[in-house]
Design a protein around this ligand. Structure first.
Ligand code: F6R
Length: 368
């Protein structure tokens, strides 16, 4: 039931705040995190020497955010592998490796096979999953359910937010167990996590500029997305969603990669979305992305910026600024991705497409 919405995707985007609140529920106690991970007890977590995140598509992009957060807080090497690339080679796995799978459906064949391979090699496995009782959690040592609620639209939206939250919770828990973070730092993140549902409601309340933008862009042929650090996976996700439901060619890049090739694509009129980190928390990254914006503007790009409220440094270079509330760097993707999800939704709608059932795609890819 679409509950009065024009599409399941529109409904699910609007459910982002509840998805995040439900994923956090019961897992924040006072100023700290409380996770129950069964077989992955403290002794096992202390002994780990490496983490590999396996997933596909949007779930894999959430894994890139997870990598930055877990490495920052728990000081353990984390790599992100597409599940199908992981299982069709011979990855190095030991009992001290934790393989974290991320899946909305819990049924994605590639991800399931990656988990089975990891277990057969003696690695530990944690499933971050949205669907209770699905296959992947059953085949893993432990599970952290995301509780985003059912996702019907083929394109994943609220589940991405919840996947990021699940990994942030795990990252904090792991860091606490391993003693790599102090209580004050945990308390600061926990405080900001509690604010996220309301901040998401603010982002959702400001959709009109995005709708207008989507309207004038409905015959655009190509859109680029740039980000750095945790903004990089946001750029990748923005591009995936656009190609998936609006059939517009879209690419996401890391800002630093621009001069290594992609800048050749910039010609007058090329639309580029830029995901901007907080100038308060990340002044260096911020100045780097501002120089990226200057480089592409100088070549005629039309620049649409996603930036935190109050960031005035981007104003001289942006054609349009989409604002998100202030938060901590690791939490920014949860807010920044929402305008990009709405943009894809509105553009596909402006083109008269079926946003819930894009051509050639299935919700759950249970075949190879
Ligand atoms: C994109 C999308 C897909 C899925 C991917 C993994 O909008 O929905 O890229 O994210 O197929 O699916 P799950 O999370 O069910 O394993």
């Amino acid at each position: 039931d679409k509950g009065g919405w024009t599409s399941f995707m529109a409904k699910e985007v609007s459910e982002g705040p509840e998805a995040v609140a439900n994923t956090l529920r019961g897992r924040l106690v006072d100023d700290s995190v409380a996770l129950e991970l069964g077989a992955l007890d403290d002794a096992v977590l202390r002994d780990l020497d490496r983490i590999v995140i396996v997933a596909c598509g949007t779930a894999a992009y959430s894994g890139l955010v997870g990598k930055y957060a877990i490495e920052t807080w728990a000081r353990i090497p984390v790599e992100v592998d597409l599940a199908h690339e992981f299982r069709y080679r011979d990855p190095v796995l030991t009992p001290r490796t934790l393989v974290i799978s991320i899946s909305q459906s819990g049924e994605t064949m590639d991800t399931k096979m990656a988990v089975q391979h990891a277990r057969a090699q003696g690695a530990r496995t944690l499933s971050i999953c949205n669907t209770q009782g699905s296959t992947i959690p059953r085949e893993s040592d432990a599970v952290l359910y995301t509780h985003a609620g059912p996702e019907v639209a083929v394109a994943s939206t609220k589940a991405f937010l919840a996947q990021v939250i699940g990994q942030l919770l795990f990252g904090l828990h792991l860091a606490k167990v391993r003693g790599t973070i102090d209580d004050a730092a945990i308390a600061e993140v926990v405080g900001e996590l509690r604010e996220l549902p309301d901040e998401l409601r603010q982002v959702l309340a400001e959709q009109d500029p995005i709708k207008e933008l989507a309207h004038w862009m409905s015959d655009t042929r190509s859109v680029l997305f740039l980000g750095r650090n945790v903004g990089y996976p946001v750029a990748l996700e923005g591009a995936l969603k656009l190609k998936e439901i609006s059939y517009i060619h879209a690419e996401g890049f890391a800002g630093g990669e621009l001069k290594h090739g992609p800048i050749a694509l910039i010609e007058p009129g090329q639309v580029v979305f830029v995901v901007v980190p907080s100038p308060r928390h990340e002044p260096l990254l911020h100045s780097k992305i501002v120089s990226n914006i200057q480089e592409i503007r100088a070549r005629g790009a039309r620049v649409i910026v996603v930036a935190e409220a109050g960031d005035a440094a981007v104003l001289p270079y942006a054609d349009i600024v989409l604002r998100v509330p202030l938060t901590l760097p690791m939490l920014e993707p949860v807010l920044q991705v929402v305008p990009l999800h709405i943009f894809a939704l509105e553009l596909a709608t402006a083109k008269g497409l079926d946003v819930d059932q894009p051509r050639n795609l299935a919700k759950s890819v249970t075949v190879e």
